[in-house]
Design a protein around this ligand. Structure first.
Ligand code: CP
Ligand code: NVA
Length: 319
């Protein structure tokens, strides 16, 4: 195959960090959607696009992962590159080597750094000192790669994003933050229902509100799951106790009672709604088995799209 026929990034996102979708315009998000769709088509046709031949990605995981690790690693391989799994258990960072030195040194070896860690500030610090693009693979505040894969999934199932309504029901957490930002930038209206005390972070909520205003989409925060789900095209939930909050599990189970996505709650949505969850899921807690394993669920397409979207991100930001 002629090189020119391979899917290519436009070049405008070269060397950009991907810390939060707040840093990306609606047009840039659209470019990533377009490229991910093309890369997905190539993958389905078994076309080997060598966009990242000879490039390396360092992947620092301070927390557990199935989807993120495997999709980033295989994504690099599929584009002709290579990924290194870096565990703080084995790295000097785990013994207190400063982020600054880690960032500077890794920049001499690899072409991009991906990191999953609790503190968003750590990722910002890494990005400040690294000479190569830094990709946030989940912090306490954001999960941008997940949200981009989510809107790709909605587009595939609903045909268009503009004017659709998404309902997020559950904890106002990292996944909720990024999903709501992505919805607004994609022209989707959104409603989030949380129990009292589990609202999104104040600071991030102000940014989400501003993003929705700028993109002329509606955005509501309620304590009623039924109200949020009313006429929704998309119902989204995530675990009640994220990584780092495991010791609050039983307290949270009490606080979130009534917030489970089950058949009765879904009856408020549009009849052809889709159900989404970033996974891992807890059946019988935030979602009933009948929904996550039922006809409306697109959770495995959503997980698959992590691969295609992250290939688009990597191909776009790596120089
Ligand atoms: N959704 C997601 O990020 O999954 P992992 O924790 O398995 O990477
Ligand atoms: N909100 C969850 C997402 C896991 C992918 C967490 O932070 O644990």
């Amino acid at each position: 195959m002629d090189d020119n026929t391979f899917a290519q990034p436009s070049g405008e996102l070269k060397n950009r960090d991907v810390l939060t979708l707040l840093d990306f315009t609606a047009e840039e998000i659209q470019m990533l959607l377009d490229l991910s769709e093309k890369l997905k088509q190539e993958q389905k046709q078994n076309i080997k696009n060598p966009l990242l031949q000879g490039k390396s990605l360092g992947m620092i995981f301070e927390n557990a992962s199935t989807r993120t690790r495997v999709s980033f690693e295989t994504g690099m391989t599929q584009l002709g590159g290579h990924a290194l799994f870096l565990s703080p258990r084995d790295m000097q960072i785990g013994r207190g080597e400063p982020i600054q030195d880690t960032a500077n040194v890794l920049s001499r070896y690899v072409d991009a750094i991906m990191i999953r860690t609790n503190s968003h500030e750590t990722v910002e610090e890494l990005a400040t000192h690294a000479d190569v693009p830094v990709i946030n693979a989940l912090t306490d505040l954001y999960h941008p790669c997940q949200a981009l894969a989510d809107i790709l999934t909605i587009k595939e199932h609903k045909g268009q994003l503009n004017g659709r309504k998404a309902a997020f029901v559950g904890d106002g957490n990292n996944v909720a933050h990024s999903f709501l930002i992505a919805c607004a930038k994609a022209g989707m209206n959104a409603s989030i229902a949380v129990p009292k005390g589990y609202e999104p972070s104040d600071k991030v909520w102000q940014e989400i509100k501003r993003t929705a205003e700028n993109n002329k989409t509606s955005l509501d925060l309620t304590h009623s799951p039924q109200e949020a789900v009313q006429d929704a095209d998309v119902i989204y939930t995530d675990v009640w106790a994220s990584m780092g909050f495991e010791e609050e599990q039983s307290k949270r189970e009490e606080a979130f009672s009534g917030f489970q996505i089950d058949k009765s709650l879904c009856s408020y949505a549009k009849p052809d709604f889709i159900f989404m969850h970033c996974l891992p899921a807890h059946r019988g807690e935030e979602v009933a088995e009948e929904i996550i394993d039922g006809a409306h669920s697109v959770v495995y397409d959503e997980a698959e799209n992590r691969l295609h979207m992250q290939k688009a991100i990597l191909a776009s930001v790596i120089e």
